[in-house]
Design a protein around this ligand. Structure first.
Ligand code: CU
Length: 178
């Protein structure tokens, strides 16, 4: 009888030991799994390409109604930061300048006709179709930066100042996506 009891006790002890071992094994397994996933996460984090800084384009507009940058290039989808500065001295109401980037196939004359009626909206109709990005109308020494993504469709995109009469004088340019 005593022997049987001892045997049972020994078996219980062994079972408990196995259980503890199993628990420890499971714990270390989960720690390893955690470590693996952390590693995978960091590898995935490293392999993701960092976002490229936007392409900077500085454009000056003057009292002679000219943009000093009349062409620049972009890659499809590239982030572009255009900074327009009005380097003139003539008051805004008679010589303000803005920067308006139009979508391809936008009829420039139709847009300008509509824009000319929108002095209170800085000559950019709020409901205008085909405007990819624009600044407000800037007076002397004023600057504004507008950031946008270049379209994915390659081609020529016209940008302009929509103050009445300025486009035909030379406040215009072309962004070529290629
Ligand atoms: Cu202008």
């Amino acid at each position: 009888m005593k022997q049987v009891l001892m045997c049972i006790k020994a078996r219980v002890r062994r079972t408990t030991e196995i259980r503890i071992m199993r628990k420890t094994f499971n714990e270390s397994l989960s720690i390893v799994a955690l470590g693996c996933s952390a590693l995978l996460f960091s590898v995935a984090g490293c392999s993701r390409a960092p976002e490229a800084p936007p392409k900077q384009v500085q454009i000056n507009a003057d009292d002679k109604m000219k943009f000093d940058v009349t062409a620049f290039e972009a890659t499809p989808g590239q982030k572009i930061s255009v900074t327009l500065k009005n380097v003139g001295t003539t008051p805004k109401f008679s010589m303000g300048h803005n920067f308006v980037m139009l979508d391809r196939n936008t009829n420039v004359q139709t847009f300008l006709d509509a824009a000319s009626m929108q002095a209170s909206h800085d000559y950019v109709p709020p409901d205008a179709k085909g405007v990819l990005a624009h600044t407000k109308l800037l007076g002397p020494s004023e600057t504004e930066t507008v950031t946008f993504n270049a379209p994915y469709v390659p081609g020529d995109y016209i940008y302009l100042c929509s103050f009445p009469g300025h486009y035909s004088q030379g406040t215009k340019g072309v962004m070529t996506v290629k």
